[in-house]
Ligand binder design. Structure first.
Ligand code: GLA
Ligand code: ZN
Length: 668
């Protein structure tokens, strides 16, 4: 067992002749690659026909890995169907949102309710586990790949009705939950219920639905249906292998699936990081923290990232020198215990032939990308086990809730322009740039470790959340909520009380009206001397115990509160009634963090990211990451050793971070 950050990536040697494998392993040694994700797309190879299994090549891949002292994250390979399967059992092909039954092609497109898919995918998982459970190379199981998407076939419609029966119990309860008296939808038979699609309740795509309660339940059903596929494979593996950890690779902030419903079923979380073009560094950071939050702060694997460029976007820019290193240390700073690539060697053909790889088509080790990968391999070896199992000692929590995301973005009114991720990211970014470590947690999380709880656009409020938020302020903590929070219950029904619903007493406000405007329109919001801008939605706030902190500048509600603070218990509840711009969000979040002494040492340098991890032996590690292309001069806040350079820095000493540079300071 190697006690260090796992380093490697997706490896598909079945795509090229065996002599090339020799080159691969030679180059892997050079880059200190110790982990290979194998078999992600090998179903048609390992099962060329319904009754024919052939593990000859996979055996060789694993044996070779073991002989070379490398470990394997073994995929069950059930994300891309073999052609014979789709031909023989057409039910495995999905029916799309428009009602079209697909034919064979692509990947990630099996019907989750198909009995043939269930039978054959679990049979494959079982055979692999039976064969490789005791293989010396086996390190982890990787079920399927990037589960995604929904199916609208008859089998899924039937499964949905069963799921509804289970969830609602009676048709009366379901009619009540979905408000079916509206537009004459009262169901009298379960068989009348249709999946919400372009043929039924939707117009203009998946976010425009006549019945939000129905569509919301279909999102939950789809999450559970795909989870059912995962669990069936996991159970098949566990019949032969009781111990090897099992995961599946997630996609960070991925709207279609509620990963919080999956989390308890994974042995460890893993995810693939492909940030949107031009995303600020806080975007992947937010996704890392969300993934770390899946398993109560336990380390996760960065299962995929590109070493250089992607292929699936219209325009695929290159990672600049140093950017891969910076992104990798950022993942480690946020809790990754493995740093893996897609992909180790580039495919020769098909749609990913131009996707970046550690080894390109020419098989060279003197490319810039290979050199950067190898140098990073050296640094990770240097770090050894120091960061393994380390935890983030965050005092700030940010609530992330798929139900609220779905409910908000499928809602007609007040504005289609408010995007859940944008608002959540705005508050996350403000807290991170001010230097606070942030746990991104589900609404069911234990909130007792936190001084500050940020709850942006918490559209849906359910269960005992409000009681737990009130406990935060009662013991002196601060809770922040924003516009469009506390609007609907678990079935997307409006609360029959003042807005923001069950949050209203905590916030000390009442909202009767809200205005939405085109994005060109900027309202001003004043906080004493500071004026900032706000856009999209403006809630009109009446004070019910809270005091105004910021006020609107124009229109008939000029002078009324836009940001309020309610002193309650020993703490505070802040309500932000509009989408403030960056300086506005920064101002609010920094006020809150300052009250709890949570501003970081470099809060005045937004391009400098800090993150703390505490190793199992209590060692505190401060990651300092320079996201700028210029060097930065900083002053050390404690005496420490930079683990990457071995240099000692004393308290108050100046130190320099190179452009896109990293320091990992072990604090004394
Ligand atoms: C995803 C998949 C990989 C590959 C990469 C390309 O993450 O899991 O198989 O397609 O994207 O970026
Ligand atoms: Zn289906």
């Amino acid at each position: 067992m190697i006690d260090k950050i796992r380093y490697g990536g997706d490896y598909n040697p079945e795509q090229w002749p065996e002599p090339v494998w020799d080159d691969d392993h030679r180059l892997f040694d050079r880059a200190r690659i110790d982990t290979l994700t194998v078999g992600v797309f090998s179903w048609s190879l390992t099962q060329p026909g319904e009754d024919i299994y052939d593990f000859t090549i996979l055996d060789r891949i694993l044996d070779r890995a073991a002989a070379e002292n490398r470990r394997v994250c073994l995929a069950t390979g059930t994300a891309a169907l073999p052609p014979w399967l789709a031909r023989r059992h057409p039910e495995v092909n999905r029916t799309d949102f428009e009602g079209r039954r697909h034919r064979y092609g692509q990947r990630h497109n099996f019907c989750p309710s198909s009995p043939a898919y269930r039978r054959l995918s679990t049979a494959m998982a079982a055979r692999l586990a039976e064969r490789y459970a005791d293989h010396p190379a086996l390190l982890a199981w990787h079920i399927n790949n990037e589960y995604s998407g929904a199916c609208y076939c008859e089998l899924c419609a039937e499964a949905f009705r069963d799921w509804l029966l289970d969830r609602h119990g009676t048709l009366d309860a379901l009619n009540d939950a979905w408000c079916t008296t509206f537009w004459s939808h009262r169901y009298t038979d379960w068989a009348e219920i249709e999946p919400p699609s372009a043929l039924t309740e939707h117009w203009r795509g998946p976010d425009h639905t006549a019945f939000q309660g129905l569509t919301l339940d279909y999102h939950r059903f789809t999450t559970d249906a795909l989870l059912g596929c995962f669990l069936a494979e996991k159970e098949a593996i566990r019949r032969h292998d009781a111990v090897t950890p099992v995961t599946t690779n997630f996609m960070g902030m991925f709207r279609p699936l509620d990963y919080h419903r999956w989390a308890s079923h994974l042995d460890f979380a893993s995810w693939d990081s492909y940030p949107p073009l031009d995303a600020p560094p806080t975007w992947p950071a937010l996704a890392h923290d969300l993934m770390r939050g899946l398993k109560d702060g336990a380390p996760f694997w960065l299962m995929e990232q590109t070493p250089s460029t992607m292929a699936c976007r219209d325009v695929n820019p290159l990672r600049r020198p140093g950017e891969l290193r910076l992104a990798t240390f950022q993942a480690i700073a946020h809790g990754a215990d493995a740093a893996l690539y897609f992909q180790m060697r580039a495919s020769r053909g098909a749609c990913e032939k131009y996707h970046g790889a550690v080894i390109g088509h020419a098989g060279r080790d003197d490319t810039r990308v290979f050199r950067e990968v190898a140098e990073l391999g050296r640094e990770l070896e240097l770090l050894g086990e120091t960061t393994l199992g380390a935890r983030t000692p965050a005092r700030t929590a940010l609530l992330f809730d798929w139900d609220s995301w779905w409910a908000l973005e499928m809602s007609d009114g007040p504005s289609r322009l408010v995007k859940y991720q944008d608002v959540v990211h705005a508050y996350y970014r403000a807290a991170r740039e001010a230097g606070a470590d942030v746990d991104v947690v589900p609404v069911t999380a234990d909130l007792t470790p936190y001084d500050v709880v940020l709850a942006p656009v918490l559209h849906m409020v359910k269960d005992d959340l409000v009681t737990r938020l009130e406990a935060v302020t009662a013991r002196g903590g601060t809770v922040l909520a924003t516009f469009l929070s506390g609007r609907v219950d678990v079935h997307d029904r409006a609360f029959l009380t003042d807005v923001p619903g069950p949050l209203a007493p905590l916030m000390g406000v009442r909202v009767d009206e809200w205005d939405a405007r085109q994005p060109e329109f900027a309202q001003t919001v004043r906080f004493g001397e500071l004026a900032c801008e706000a856009r999209l939605v403006f809630e009109l706030v009446q004070l019910r115990g809270a005091t105004p902190i910021g006020t609107y500048g124009t229109d008939f509600y000029a002078g009324t509160p836009a940001v309020t603070r309610n002193k309650t218990g020993r703490g505070e509840a802040w309500y932000v009634a509009t989408a403030l711009d960056r300086p506005g969000v920064d101002w609010v979040v920094r006020r809150i963090l300052a009250r709890h002494g949570l501003l970081g040492p470099y809060a005045d340098r937004p391009e400098v990211e800090t993150a703390t991890r505490v190793a199992p032996d209590g060692t505190r590690l401060l990651f300092v990451l320079n996201h700028d292309s210029e060097a930065v001069q900083l002053t050390a806040t404690a005496s420490s050793i930079d683990l990457l350079t071995g240099k000692r820095v004393e308290e108050h000493d100046p130190f320099t971070l190179d452009p896109v540079g990293v320091a990992i300071l072990r604090l004394n």
